[in-house]
Each structure stands twice: as C-alpha cells, then as structure tokens.
Design a protein around this ligand. Structure first.
Ligand code: BGC
Length: 366
C-alpha cells in the first residue's frame, strides 16, 4: 500500500508504494481505510527533521496524526464499531511503566515518564497510509454528517483539553465566574478552532494574530464572530484599550515573543494557556521582576497543555457538530485545500499550499 514517510537519517520525505498492508493482530483491533490526514506545524517540524522519532528498529516514520478514516474490518471482540463507520483515532499511547499514574489512569496526555508514544510523531507510525490498524479503545466514531470536517477533530481536541483545564483552574475562585473575555493568539487551525470553542462557551473572543487584514484567517475568525486584530498594528496595551483585558488568553503560535508580549494584557485572576510547541530556539529578554510582580499581585496562572484524552476527543466531536449547526460553512472554510499523498512534501515545505489555514491530504474519496 501507499504511505508517506520521513527518513530522518537520509533527510528525506518519501511516498512509498510497497508498504505491507497491516493486519489485525488481536480481537479488539480494527482495520481502517484512511480518508483524510490533516497537516500541521508538528508535521512540518518532523519533515524538516527537527522533531519526531521513528519506531524502535525502523529508519522511517509514517507521518500523519490528524486523521479521519473508515472502518473496513473489525476483530471479533470489537463492540460499538462496524464496517463502514467513520472514525477518528487518538494520537498518544501510554508508557509501559507501572509507576506512571497518568498512563495507568488512561491519561497518557499527562504522562510523567516521557516514554509515551504518539502515532505519526514519536516512535509509532502514523496514519498517512492507505490503511492502518488500531485498537478499538483509541478510535472515536464520527457521525456521517461530519464527513467533510471531521479531519479537524484532532486539532480541536487541543482546545477541548485546554478549556477543560481552564474551567477546572477557575474553580479556585470563590465565586463562579461568568465566561468573560478571551484572546486567541494565533489564527492557524488550532487558534481558529480554539476561538470557536471559546465562543461556544460564551466568551467574547478576539483573534490576535500577526498578519494585517485583509487575509483568509481574519475572514474565517470574523465569520464566526471573533473580531480580528493584527499584532503588527495593535500593541498588547492597545488591545486592552480596545477590547478589555482578557480573562483567558489561548496561545496557539509557538512564538515566544508574541506569547510573552500578550501575557502583559491578561486580566487579574486570568489564565494564560500555552498550546504551541516552538519550532526554533528563540532567546528572549524579559523584565522578569515585572512579570513576577504581575503574576503575583494579580493571581494569574500560566499553564501549558499538550495532547488530549479520550474525553477531549468525545467533546471535540460534540463541539464539531455544534459548530457545524451554528456556523454553516465556518468549519469548511478552515480547510484551504485538499492534496494527493504525493504532494505531502511540497505541502509541508510550503512549496504547495503555503498560506491558507488547514491543508489536508486525501487518501481515499469514499
Ligand atoms: C499533536 C499532539 C502532540 C503534540 C506533541 C501536536 O501536534 O496534536 O497530539 O501531543 O503535537 O508531539
């Protein structure tokens, strides 16, 4: 079968055509035909050989962790899924250590040993292949109405986990705060989906990103009700003057300078959530004392979040259905273009499809 893989030692991304088809190896496994795979910043880093690790003993890693597929075969002990069902797989698999409380409690997203694996990223092949096999425990059934947008589930899970964390964190307040103001930093797919998730929860949400208007990202944000401001034109101080200090900043850029600048805008008792994984070193000079003073005197919390759990995938699928109903066409416009597997390398390197929001690789149109 066909697959797209990265060979880090040879520094190559190749489309392979002779990969053996995977087979069910346990009664709880499911064979899935890949329909679509989303491409994100992590894939770009892997394809530029700065991130990602092949499975032990292999010199290559099949890419792809944002996936929508269709069930083609189920093991005899599989319940709740049948041939023809649409599914989205989770990314992270638990570490093997008995002492890891997170992995032993079904939360590899909080793994403490670092020995988790991630499909398409860390020591486990991904979904950029015509077929893959996965245990039913890591698959989520998708309603057929979401066929055209469900490839966005995985990036939305990042927001679902982040906002679950924010809600828990804000239980520290002696009263139940009404959803206030939110700023989303970065207008890529994780930012756009984060904005929708915040709007859906009732936050007055502003998208704050680099490029000045007009641009496709600003149009997408404003179409769902998040006014867009460019950080090139509007300083964090001006942002506060225009829309008020945000109670939540949802960071989705992986750019340290932009993040720490925006941290200054955070409201008292506010939460700043980091989701972006920086690609490059970016040494920064900060007025550390000023920052600490602000955090202490204003009871602020800065939190990082990675990956997502079972419940975040379920929440993402529920939210996708809500977004679909509330903003017809709003999710579709996040998908800039669909490309064949052969274009993967050009898509990640920006030769094809630079700009835009989400680029998707289509494996099967069915
Ligand atoms: C993926 C996460 C993963 C993270 C770090 C992100 O692109 O969406 O599932 O945990 O990269 O590898």
């Amino acid at each position: 079968m066909k697959a797209v893989a990265v060979f880090p030692k040879q520094r190559e991304v190749r489309v392979l055509t002779d990969v053996p088809e995977p087979r069910l190896q346990s009664p709880t496994q499911v064979k899935v035909r890949t329909l679509e795979v989303g491409v994100c910043g992590t894939d770009k880093d892997i394809a530029q050989f700065t991130y990602g690790t092949p499975p032990r003993g292999s010199d290559s890693l099949i890419l792809g962790h944002e996936c929508l597929g269709e069930v083609v075969e189920v093991g005899e002990a599989v319940q709740g899924l049948q041939r023809g069902d649409l599914v989205v797989p989770r990314v992270r698999r638990p570490c093997p250590h008995a002492t890891c409380p997170a992995c032993r409690h079904g939360h590899p997203d909080f793994c403490i040993t670092g020995d988790y694996t991630e499909r398409g990223i860390k020591e486990a092949h991904g979904f950029c292949a015509e077929l893959f096999v996965e245990d039913v425990a890591y698959l989520h059934r998708v309603s057929p109405e979401l066929r055209e947008v469900a490839v966005l589930t995985e990036p939305l899970t990042i927001a679902e986990k982040a906002l679950r964390e924010v809600e828990r964190i804000q239980e520290r307040l002696p009263w139940k705060p009404a959803p206030g103001r939110a700023v989303v930093l970065g207008a890529g797919p994780v930012g756009q989906l984060g904005a929708m998730a915040l709007l859906r929860r009732g936050y007055a949400t502003t998208m704050y990103s680099r490029s000045p208007k007009p641009n496709a990202k600003a149009d997408a944000a404003e179409a769902v009700g998040a006014p867009y401001l460019s950080s090139k034109e509007v300083s964090p101080e001006e942002l506060v003057r225009r829309v008020g200090a945000p109670d939540v900043v949802y960071e989705a850029t992986g750019v340290a300078r932009a993040a720490f600048d925006t941290l200054k805008a955070l409201a008292a008792n506010g939460v700043f959530v980091f989701t972006g994984v920086p690609s490059h070193p970016e040494p920064l000079q900060l007025d550390g004392a000023e920052l600490l003073k602000q955090l202490v005197l204003e009871n602020q919390l800065v939190v990082g979040t990675v990956n997502a759990a079972d419940s975040d995938f379920s929440a993402a699928l529920e939210d996708l259905a809500r977004f679909h109903a509330r903003w017809p066409g709003g999710l579709e416009r996040l998908i800039t273009a669909r490309h064949p597997p052969e274009a993967f390398s050009d898509v990640v390197t920006g030769k094809k499809g630079s700009g835009g929001i989400k680029h998707v690789i289509t494996f099967s149109k069915k």
